[in-house]
Design a protein around this ligand. Structure first.
Ligand code: ATP
Ligand code: MG
Length: 415
C-alpha cells in the first residue's frame, strides 16, 4: 500500500514539460477561435431571426469543410454564445450537439437531444414519428427553442431510412406546428455535394443558400492556433518557435499538408509526450524537432511497406487505388461503395484522357489490391439490403499516399 502511495506521490511531483496537458486534447474548447470570424458572422446573420422573431421560422444551416477545419468547434462556441444572448433577452434557446456517428437514426438523435435537455419522454415501444411529436410538444410546454447541431451528418445520410431523413430535413412539413422551435445546423466533412446528392432537391437548394464553408488551414494560421495552445499547455520555453513552425509547415494546406488543425495538435501533443519521457530520464527539458520527427515516423511506418508494393502495379491499378483514396477523402467515410469508387475512377480517367477499364476489370483490380493488403473490402453494411462491395483503406493517412500516387501516375504516363 505504502509503495503505491509513494508511486502516486512521486508521479504527481515528477517534473513535466506540461503545465496542463488537457489543453491539447481534441475536445478542449479554446478560449479564442482563430480565423473563423467569417463563418461566425455568417452564422449570426443566419440565426438572427431565431432571436428577433423566435418561432417564426425554422433556420437550417449547413457547415461543410475538410477534416480538422474547425467545424465542430465553431458550431459549439456559436451555440453557447447565441444561447447566452437569447437568455439575456428572456428567450429560452438551447443548443444541443449530437454526433451522428453515434446516433444514426431519428430515434437516436431525439433520444440524445431530450436527454441533454433533461426532458422525460418514454422512448420504448414508440415509433420515431410519435417520439418526434412528443418531443416537440414538450418543447412547446416548456417554451423552449432549440438549435440542434447534427455533427458528422454524413453518417446519418448514409444509414438512416428515408422517412427519418425526411423528418429531419423537413421537420415542419412532417409535424404541423405553428411555432417552429427546432433549428438545425448540419455539419458534414468534405464537400457540400455530399449532402446535396442525398436529400431532395428543394432541401438541397435551400441548404446551398445557407452554406457556411470551412477552408483547410494555411501554415501561418496553424502556427497561431498551435502557439495559443503551447502557451497554455507547456511550461515557458519548452516548445521553441522552430518546433511550432515545423509542425505548421508540415500540416499547412499551402505548404503541402492537408490543413488539419486536429492533426497538427495531435502531433504537438505526441511530441510533448516524448519530451516528457526524455525529461523523466534526464535527457532533455525541451520539445525538439526530432521529437516531432519521431512522432511522424511512428505514425507512418505502414506507408513504407505500402509504397514498396505500389511499384508492381500498372497505371490503371494505381488509378483505381487513387480513386479509392479520393472517394474516401471526399466522403469522409470509413468505407465507400464500389459504385462510388467506379464513378471516381471514371472521372479520373476522363481528367487524364485515359480510356477507363470496364466494370469487371475494375472489380478484379480491387480484389488484387485487397490480396496485396493495400485496401480493405467488405460486403454489405448493416442496415442495407443487397450485397455490395465496400472499400476502405487503413495503411496510412490518405493525404500522404495521395501525394505519392500523383507523382507515380505522372511518372507512369510519361514512360
Ligand atoms: N480556428 C481554430 N482556433 C483554435 N483551435 C482550433 C481552430 N480550428 C480547429 N481547432 C482545433 O482543432 C481541432 C479540430 O477542430 P474541429 O474538431 O472543430 O474540426 P472539424 O472541422 O470538426 O473536423 P472533422 O471533420 O474531423 O470533425 C480541435 O481540437 C479544435 O479545438
Ligand atoms: Mg468535427
Amino acid at each position: 500500500m505504502n509503495e503505491l502511495r509513494e508511486l502516486i506521490e512521486s508521479e504527481i511531483k515528477r517534473p513535466s514539460v506540461f503545465i496542463d496537458e488537457t489543453v491539447l486534447y481534441p475536445e478542449f474548447i479554446p478560449p479564442v477561435i482563430r480565423y473563423r470570424d467569417k463563418q461566425l458572422r455568417q452564422l449570426v446573420e443566419l440565426f438572427k431571426p431565431v432571436i428577433l422573431k423566435p418561432g417564426s421560422s425554422s433556420v437550417k444551416v449547413l457547415l461543410a469543410g475538410p477534416v480538422g477545419s474547425g467545424k465542430t468547434l465553431t458550431s459549439i462556441v456559436f451555440g453557447r454564445e447565441i444561447s447566452r444572448v437569447a437568455e439575456g433577452r428572456g428567450i429560452k434557446l438551447r443548443y444541443v450537439h449530437v454526433n451522428c456517428s453515434r446516433s444514426k437514426n431519428l430515434v437516436g438523435i431525439i433520444r440524445e437531444a431530450k436527454d441533454s435537455l433533461g426532458l422525460h419522454i418514454p422512448d420504448r415501444g414508440v415509433s420515431s414519428s410519435e417520439l418526434l411529436s412528443a418531443f416537440l410538444k414538450l418543447l412547446s410546454r416548456d417554451n423552449t427553442y432549440l438549435i440542434l447541431a447534427l455533427d458528422e451528418f454524413e453518417y446519418f445520410l448514409n444509414t438512416a431510412p428515408p422517412e427519418d431523413k425526411h423528418a429531419i430535413v423537413r421537420m415542419y412539413d412532417v409535424a404541423q406546428e405553428d411555432v417552429k422551435r427546432v433549428n438545425m445546423i448540419f455539419i458534414v466533412r468534405g464537400s457540400p455535394a455530399n449532402v446535396w446528392s442525398k436529400v431532395d432537391s428543394v432541401t438541397g437548394s435551400y441548404l446551398m443558400k445557407n452554406l457556411v464553408s470551412f477552408e483547410p488551414y494555411r501554415a501561418s494560421e496553424l502556427y497561431t492556433i498551435l502557439k495559443d495552445r503551447v502557451d497554455a499547455a507547456f511550461h515557458q520555453g519548452v516548445v521553441g518557435d522552430e518546433v511550432i513552425d515545423y509542425i505548421s509547415r508540415m500540416s499547412g494546406y499551402d505548404t503541402g499538408g492537408d490543413g488539419n488543425a486536429r492533426k497538427a495538435l495531435a502531433v504537438l501533443h505526441a511530441a510533448g509526450k516524448l519530451a516528457d519521457k526524455d525529461l523523466a530520464e534526464g535527457r532533455t527539458t525541451r520539445v525538439t524537432i526530432d521529437h516531432v520527427r519521431q512522432v511522424i515516423a511512428q505514425e507512418y511506418p505502414a506507408i513504407v511497406d505500402l509504397l514498396d508494393n505500389l511499384h508492381y502495379l500498372s497505371l490503371h491499378e494505381i488509378l483505381v487505388l487513387e480513386a479509392v483514396l479520393r472517394a474516401l477523402k471526399d466522403t469522409g467515410l470509413d468505407y465507400v461503395p464500389m459504385s462510388t469508387v467506379e464513378a471516381t475512377y471514371n472521372k479520373l480517367c476522363e481528367e487524364l484522357g485515359e480510356e477507363p477499364r470496364k466494370h469487371t476489370q475494375l472489380y478484379s483490380y480491387l480484389m488484387d489490391l485487397k490480396q496485396r493488403g493495400i485496401i480493405l473490402t467488405r460486403t454489405s453494411l448493416k442496415g442495407r439490403r443487397g450485397r455490395s462491395t465496400y472499400v476502405g483503406f487503413g495503411a496510412a493517412p490518405l493525404e500522404a499516399v495521395l501525394q505519392k500516387l500523383d507523382t507515380m501516375i505522372k511518372q507512369l504516363r510519361v514512360e
